[in-house]
Design a protein around this ligand. Structure first.
Ligand code: CDV
Length: 315
């Protein structure tokens, strides 16, 4: 008998600066209930799901940033209702949030996601490794992308967990552009990768048609799922947050690389799919039998070199 799990991606429409974590939690609870009514048992929510995408603003007062956007404990009083409702409904979930901790005598801040089991316990934590954007103030830009200012690079690596009868890994937003992140999860047997994102419709760094940005989002998801023989569930926060637009296109991709479900709006929306987890296991035994076909003796540069260099022999 194959392992089946109905999985949902719960896309969030915009959260404005004036929205509180309590407002966001109310909407997340509604989405959770909708996913449950569709038969889903596991739900993926977006990156930084309790607040607006605050790294678009330069804010000099870190105390205010901490107060408005960072969680010192999860669940907190404001976010507890989501955990309570998930436990009541017997649902697992992935969710992203801004994490602030005190460690070794200093304050550390991460862009974090957790896996929560149907009994309400936090079983896994991932801290975003690939932080896009910049740390310096760009007052002339239409908007900024200050993840490098507000967060440290994640220090927990890429891990998987045996969870709800599957092997699940987590990534966050920009990680989806880096094949290495998926491959490290796949090398640990990942059958499902959960990923939340916030992707601006405009490219801050150079002109790019919005349709091309969506095209990249879709082809990356399809390629990463197929080449790593894993289900991939991506949930975005999207729409116009205080006038800054982000695209939707939340999706569930099968290990075959086929898009199994995709959102249609830029608002709160749930999509769901019956996932045959053994499809991932089957492809790992055949087309992507890593043990039989990979040649790591030729992949050394992947870990030895960061930026591309043309070696003298090739010039
Ligand atoms: N939140 C993100 O990591 N966003 C990036 C944007 C800035 C390119 C992304 O990869 O979608």
């Amino acid at each position: 008998m194959s392992r089946q799990l109905k999985i949902a991606a719960a896309q969030l429409g915009p959260l404005h600066r004036s929205d509180t974590r309590r407002d966001a939690t109310r909407r997340l609870v509604e989405l959770l209930r909708e996913a449950h009514s569709m038969g889903a048992r596991f739900v993926v929510f977006p990156e930084l799901a309790f607040t607006t995408f605050f790294p678009r603003w330069w804010m000099p007062d870190q105390n205010e940033v901490d107060r408005l956007y960072f969680e010192e404990s999860i669940p907190s009083a404001d976010t507890q209702p989501l955990f309570d409702e998930a436990r009541r409904l017997g649902m697992g979930f992935y969710i992203g949030f801004a994490e602030k901790i005190e460690e070794g005598g200093r304050t550390r801040r991460f862009n974090t996601a957790i896996l929560v089991a149907p009994d309400g316990s936090v079983v896994g934590k991932y801290r975003k490794v690939h932080l896009p954007g910049h740390a310096d103030h760009k007052p002339d830009a239409a908007f900024q992308h200050l993840e490098k200012k507000y967060f440290e690079v994640g220090d927990l690596g890429f891990r998987v967990w045996r969870f709800m009868n599957m092997i699940a890994g987590m990534l966050i937003c920009n990680d989806r552009r880096w094949p290495e992140a998926f491959r490290v999860l796949a090398l640990q047997g990942a059958e499902l990768v959960a990923l939340g994102y916030n992707t601006p419709t405009e490219n801050l760094h150079y002109p790019e048609p919005p349709a091309l940005r969506v095209h990249h989002h879709l082809i990356m998801a399809q390629a990463m799922a197929f080449q790593n023989a894993t289900w991939l569930v991506e949930a975005g926060k999207c729409g116009s947050e205080d006038g800054f637009r982000m695209f939707g296109h939340s999706l569930i991709v099968a290990p075959t690389g086929e898009i199994a479900a995709k959102s249609l709006t830029e608002d709160d929306e749930v999509i769901a799919c019956h996932c045959d987890l053994d499809l991932a296991a089957d492809l790992k035994r055949t087309m992507f039998n890593f043990a039989a076909h990979r040649r790591p003796e030729h992949y050394g540069l992947i870990v030895e070199r960061v930026g591309a260099q043309v070696t003298p022999a090739n010039e």
